[in-house]
Design a protein around this ligand. Structure first.
Ligand code: PMP
Length: 304
């Protein structure tokens, strides 16, 4: 089987009444393999063999882009913010992607555009690239529709918003599902939409704290999103714990999705959501949470 055929068609399981699509089962470990495949196939019209694909991302997209580019015979340059976790940087390098760090006072999008010009490559720009939307409109959405007969609402946190926009639009059109988008508390998007900002730890790598993506604008404008829910890091951690207790090794955004899917279920909706990636990608967070878990278990023991 060609390697790229392994992207998508991930398993769907039912956990506590919530349908969960296990996207960490994609080849590099996240739903971003779908996005990278669609974006690079689309870009290939303007690329010669060995040409450059360029992306600015701190997330899973960089890993997926490096992987797909390598398989299709292109070279990937991934610009990442300086504080990007070493684990992700190493995964990009593992798949032969070139990593360039972007300082806090630099504009990553401008640097990527400039680099694309100089290398005659293509800047994928996932936050505004409609191939990102299309990946989920044509694959994630239809898969969910086939695999869950009883769900009537779709819950998904927004990074680029490619998933909530693409899969959400499909599920709304075909099954009349209600679509909930999660936005991190303390994010720029929350500030713009509500006029107020909060303080929170930025643990949900993958959700957008600092940008209001073009695709999110479109999803709101086209009324794909019925409701926005603001999610805290505490809720994401609680959601992760609940997932782990049920044997699903979800990462922070999966925790956020699951926490609010359960909450919506109590309000009468039958939710479907994604487990975008796994906690294995966040060793520092994993260690911190397990350390706290051990501590509280010891305190409990000594009190009994
Ligand atoms: N969770 C994780 C772990 C991610 O990497 C991303 C992508 N940034 C998202 C959720 C959000 O997906 P999207 O970009 O499609 O909104």
């Amino acid at each position: 089987m060609p390697l790229l055929n392994l992207v998508g068609n991930t398993p769907m399981v039912n956990v506590g009444g919530v349908s969960l699509k296990l996207e960490y089962m994609n080849p590099t470990g996240s739903h971003k393999d779908r996005t990278a495949l669609y974006m690079i196939r689309d870009a290939s019209r303007n690329l010669r063999k060995g040409g450059y694909v360029i992306e600015y991302t701190s997330g899973n997209t960089g890993i997926s882009v490096a992987w797909v580019a390598g398989i299709l015979g292109y070279r990937a340059i991934i610009l990442v913010p300086q504080k990007t976790s070493i684990n992700k940087v190493n995964m990009i390098k593992l798949f032969n992607g070139e990593v360039k760090f972007v300082a806090e006072n630099e504009d990553g999008h401008m640097l990527a555009e400039d680099l694309a010009k100089r290398t005659e490559g293509v800047f994928l720009a996932q936050t505004r690239n409609m191939a990102n939307f299309k990946a989920h409109y044509e694959t994630t959405g239809p898969e969910i529709a086939r695999e869950t007969k009883h769900a009537n609402c779709f819950v998904m946190g927004a990074g680029t918003a490619g998933t909530v926009y693409g899969a959400g639009k499909y599920l709304k059109e075909k099954l009349d599902m209600r679509v909930y988008a999660l936005i991190p508390r303390g994010s720029y998007v929350q500030e713009i939409l509500t006029g107020s900002s909060e303080n929170d730890r930025e643990i949900m790598e993958g959700f957008s704290y600092h940008n209001f993506s073009e695709l999110l604008h479109r999803a709101i404008e086209e009324e794909v999103i019925d409701e926005i829910i603001y999610v805290s890091s505490k809720e994401a951690i609680e959601g992760m714990r609940l997932l782990w207790n049920r044997g699903i090794p979800g990462g922070p955004t999966a925790g956020a999705n699951f926490y609010h899917a359960l909450k919506l279920m109590k309000q009468g909706c039958r939710p479907v959501t994604l487990v975008p990636d796994s906690i294995i990608r966040y060793p520092h967070l994993l260690e911190e949470i397990v350390r706290e878990k051990m501590k509280s278990e010891e305190i409990e023991k000594s009190e009994n």
